[in-house]
Design a protein. Structure first.
Length: 177
């Protein structure tokens, strides 16, 4: 098992996901009794931003320092899915994210993860495309806007749904080839 810097960053992201989720869904906890809800939003959003930054850097470092490992190829997508899952479920729980939008996004995420596992078992590599990276960025912006309860968060969420569906189509098309 190779615990290099990129893998450590992915593990850190895995640890941040439940902390962010806790801040979103456990708002009536006595620990938070004297804290205004907006501060819980700010804290969850800050954790999400930190986790998103580690996502960028673990990939960047792994590629540029040639530290790509089998462990990292498992940890990185797991951390990504945990973060997105925690954010969307938490936002749905506090009634800021449309349940259908969350369902569509998460269904696509798990379906494509399954495709990638199947491709890996056949020694095929399905790497992230430009539209897949765009999908991730738009989802992250939507999550940030929704966590901060800013205007247009739901519009961004539905734009993310459209891009998510299209990128899923692209992955399927690439897998079939």
């Amino acid at each position: 098992m190779s615990l290099n810097l990129p893998n450590t960053l992915a593990l850190f992201r895995i640890l941040l996901a439940p902390l962010m989720f806790w801040l979103l869904v456990d708002r009536d906890n006595t620990i938070f009794a004297n804290i205004h809800l907006s501060w819980l939003d700010y804290s969850a959003a800050l954790i999400f931003v930190i986790a998103s930054i580690t996502d960028f850097f673990d990939g960047f470092i792994a590629r540029h320092w040639n530290q790509i490992t089998k462990l990292g190829s498992i940890l990185d997508p797991l951390a990504d899915k945990m973060l997105i899952l925690a954010a969307f479920l938490g936002l749905m729980y506090i009634d800021r994210a449309n349940a259908w939008a969350v369902f569509i996004i998460l269904t696509r995420e798990f379906f494509i993860t399954g495709l990638r596992v199947m491709a890996a078992s056949e020694n095929k590599k399905v790497s992230a495309s430009f539209i897949g990276k765009t999908k991730t960025v738009v989802q992250m912006f939507a999550i940030g806007f929704l966590m901060m309860n800013w205007p247009y968060g739901n519009l961004l969420l539905w734009i993310a749904v459209i891009i998510t569906l299209y990128s899923g189509y692209e992955y399927i098309k690439g897998f079939i080839k």
